[in-house]
Design a binder for this molecule. Structure first.
Ligand SMILES: NC(=O)c1ccc[n+]([C@@H]2O[C@H](COP(=O)([O-])OP(=O)(O)OC[C@H]3O[C@@H](n4cnc5c(N)ncnc54)[C@H](O)[C@@H]3O)[C@@H](O)[C@H]2O)c1
Length: 324
């Protein structure tokens, strides 16, 4: 799994924000099963109650329904916590193009609230979700930290600002922050139903309901699709990475790219269907190619992802077959 040797003292406690979401609920599940204490926070804006309901009978789990835009809540949930894994945010580049201001509130104000609350509570480390979208219009491949272009969406801007706060809080307030630039994460519990669903669950849902899959652009855009297990590894390793990693943000991906057409073809093969997709106009704010360098992530946090896209894809499809 890649995090077997990431061991914390007994009784270590984690706060996972965005606990009812895709990535947050997977972090909660793993950390509970490792035997540590977990507090989850979510306002269910895009998360689902059923993603946390299954954990409510764990003795080492506590769930708080609340909003990171409310500073009092942020202070309360940080009390007594060793590590914060901050995932709560509004995702979706296209939604942010339509509704930019709610991104300012949830992603920038919400994250600033969480960092300040973590500082006041004396949290040991604050690990937060950033995004590959911070590379913006840079066409360089692979993407290397420090070689960003101009951001292309309000969503990407919020993540860029979060990283600047992370750097500031580390330098000026001694709150050890590490940002994780996730690249197109996929896996169990990723929501297929939202209007802004990510591409993999959206395609699976369409295929399984007998609908034609819609691909934006010519489908030759490529992505470094990253399996959820690698993201879990990155979060846990970031908590105990050497101090030199703090104040920085790192790429979290497998380091291999597939076009949307290739991914769709493999999906059809694995689901044993033959369906021609429908091609639509490209979407504003989307980047053409994405591929991560793992160099800094390996050096600074010891990241060594064990799940390739194909291995993760096979496992994720098994889950979707059962639950969609
Ligand atoms: N999934 C990806 O491919 C991907 C890629 C890059 C970055 N990210 C980032 O990773 C994090 C988790 O993403 P995800 O895919 O699990 O999304 P998600 O929508 O499934 O989870 C986000 C969770 O945060 C909660 N939330 C949103 N605003 C909140 C608020 N104001 N207060 C409390 N809770 C709030 C939502 O209800 C949801 O449960 C986000 O920060 C996202 O921007 C995800």
């Amino acid at each position: 799994m890649g995090y077997e040797n990431t061991i914390f003292p007994e009784g270590t406690s984690f706060l996972v924000t965005g606990a009812a979401g895709f990535i947050g609920s997977n972090l909660v599940e793993t950390i509970l099963n490792l035997g540590y204490e977990v507090r989850g926070l979510d306002n269910f804006s895009t998360g689902r109650r059923e993603n946390v309901e299954e954990f409510l009978n764990y003795e080492n789990f506590e769930f708080v329904e609340g909003d990171i835009r409310d500073f009092e809540i942020c202070k309360n949930v940080c009390e007594g916590v060793d590590y914060v894994l901050h995932q709560a945010a509004l995702g979706s580049v296209p939604r942010s193009m339509k509704e930019p201001l709610i991104y300012e509130d949830n992603n920038i104000k919400g994250t600033a609230n969480m960092m300040e609350a973590a500082r006041l509570a004396g949290v040991k480390r604050f690990v937060y979700a950033s995004s590959s979208s911070v590379y913006g219009n840079s066409t360089k491949l692979p993407k290397v930290e420090g070689e960003e272009g101009n951001v292309l969406s309000p969503y990407a801007l919020t993540k860029k600002v979060n990283e600047q706060y992370g750097s500031l809080y580390t330098q000026q307030y001694s709150l050890e922050c590490i940002g994780l630039r996730y690249f197109n994460v996929f896996g169990r519990r990723q929501d297929p139903d939202s209007q802004y669903a990510a591409v993999i669950p959206k395609f699976i849902k369409a295929i399984r309901s007998g609908q034609q899959v819609e691909i934006y652009g010519d489908g030759e855009q490529s992505r470094d699709f990253t399996y959820i297990e690698n993201v879990i590894e990155a979060n846990l390793k970031s908590c105990i990475a050497p101090k030199e990693a703090c104040g920085k943000a790192f790429n979290i991906a497998f380091g291999e790219r597939f076009t949307v057409n290739q991914m769709y073809k493999l999906m059809c093969e694995l689901l044993e269907v033959e369906l021609e997709p429908k091609y639509l106009d490209p979407r504003p704010g989307d980047i053409k190619h994405s591929l991560a360098s793992r160099h800094n992530t390996e050096n600074y946090i010891g990241y060594a992802p064990s799940w390739s896209f194909t291995e993760g894809f096979v496992e994720a499809l098994q889950w979707y077959k059962e639950y969609i």
